[in-house]
Design a protein around this ligand. Structure first.
Ligand code: ADE
Ligand code: ZN
Length: 383
């Protein structure tokens, strides 16, 4: 019997190595994600792993188009009679090897091309909710990029209706609350963003805020000052990607010109001490994305991730998955990987998870419920 168990253990370990090797080569089998950390590296203690798993978490930086798993992409492409450039799931996964943000974006926009019907957007969104439900993600604020779809002839309505219907079903089935944030593509011009804002107005009640994403360098927040002003006047909250590849000046612009409630990424704030002080004074959270930063070579080692240094400086840091299908892991895996790399304590983890809920756009009563649960779980952990 013991022999059989040992054999099984060896087999699982080998499987782990295969998955791990593949991960090194950017061939990612994210369905194995729980096992990855535990089996291969076995460094993080099981108790902390369970704690990360159990505590309620919110996700505040997630591009729904970035949750497009290759298997689903092939299924949807096939039912829409669209031929992908890659012959197989394996071939596509081999392309997940990025040197910078633009290389990733090229592939990400190409993948989104197969999304045609409302049901496609529904399936994409629902698949994401099924995954995060198992990870105790209790609230999610998802980004979508309307222009990626409207520029190829899809109606704004088709996209938003599919996403919204899935989110409603997810809330009914899994109890996951949600908000929707619509991002302007910053590589396009401000007139295009104005058109998108007009298209969004009939769905104003469904969309809590506007954001700014895509190729950062050369496309500063100042390029979108007027459209963000109009969006705020229409009642939208604002957020923006800044300081991922772009300089700390972009973060200043997002704060001063776009009046954002949160900075997406914000890694480069550490280049400017005054900016760090400003983020602390204004209580502006950073929605950081460790595995994304590693995949897109914003950092070359997770041990160099600035999250802990920023926490120690009293910056409000949150952990998020960005584009999990492309970067090797959903929210829990981002926590696992960061905790291991930076040797985070349960107290650190509870601060990160509490920040995610406290600085979400969720109502206060629900926030309090989740925050109470986190503090109870931390007490239990320490006993
Ligand atoms: N769109 C999707 N993911 C993005 C990222 N990490 N940065 C900028 N734009 C994006
Ligand atoms: Zn992002």
């Amino acid at each position: 019997m013991k022999n059989a168990i040992n054999k099984l253990g060896n087999f699982i370990n080998e499987l782990g190595k295969i998955v791990f090797l593949n991960r090194e080569n950017s061939l990612i089998f994210s369905q194995f994600e729980v096992n990855l950390t535990g089996l291969n590296e076995n460094k993080m203690n099981k108790k902390l792993e369970n704690f990360i798993n159990e505590i309620p978490k919110a996700e505040l930086h997630l591009h729904i188009e970035g949750t497009f798993e290759p298997e689903l992409m092939f299924d949807i492409a096939s039912r829409n009679h669209i031929e992908l450039k890659y012959k197989s799931v394996g071939e596509l996964k081999q392309a997940y090897n990025f040197n910078n943000l633009q290389e990733f974006l090229d592939l990400y926009y190409e993948g989104a091309n197969v999304l045609i019907h409302e049901q496609d957007f529904y399936d994409l969104t629902f698949a994401y909710l099924e995954k995060i439900h198992k990870q105790n993600v209790v609230h999610t604020e998802i980004f979508f990029d309307p222009q990626t779809h409207t520029d190829r002839g899809r109606a704004f309505e088709t996209v938003i209706k599919g996403i919204k219907r899935a989110l409603e079903d997810g809330e009914k089935q899994f109890g996951i609350t949600y908000e929707i944030i619509m991002c302007f593509l910053r590589h396009l011009n401000e007139d295009e963003a104005f058109k998108t804002l007009e298209q969004a107005l009939p769905y104003k009640d469904w969309i809590i805020g506007v954001g700014l994403d895509s190729s950062e360098v050369g496309n500063p927040p100042s390029k979108f000052e007027k459209v963000f002003e109009k969006a705020r006047n229409e009642g939208f909250l604002t957020v923006a990607h800044a300081g991922e590849e772009g300089s700390s000046d972009y973060i200043w612009e997002a704060l001063n010109l776009l009046k954002v409630s949160r900075i997406d990424h914000g890694n480069r704030c550490l280049d400017d001490e005054k900016l760090v002080d400003k983020l602390v004074d204004l209580k502006i959270p950073l929605t950081m994305c460790p595995l994304s930063n590693l995949s897109l070579k914003v950092i070359n080692d997770l041990k160099k991730h600035p999250a802990k240094e920023l926490l120690d400086k009293n910056v409000i840091v949150t952990i998020n998955s960005d584009d999990p299908a492309y970067f090797g892991g959903y929210l829990r895996k981002n926590y696992f990987a960061l905790a291991e790399a930076l040797d985070l304590s349960a107290a650190d983890i509870s601060v990160l998870a509490s920040n995610s809920l406290e600085y979400s756009f969720l109502d206060s009563a629900k926030k309090l419920q989740h925050l109470d649960k986190i503090s109870d779980l931390l007490k239990k952990f320490n006993n």
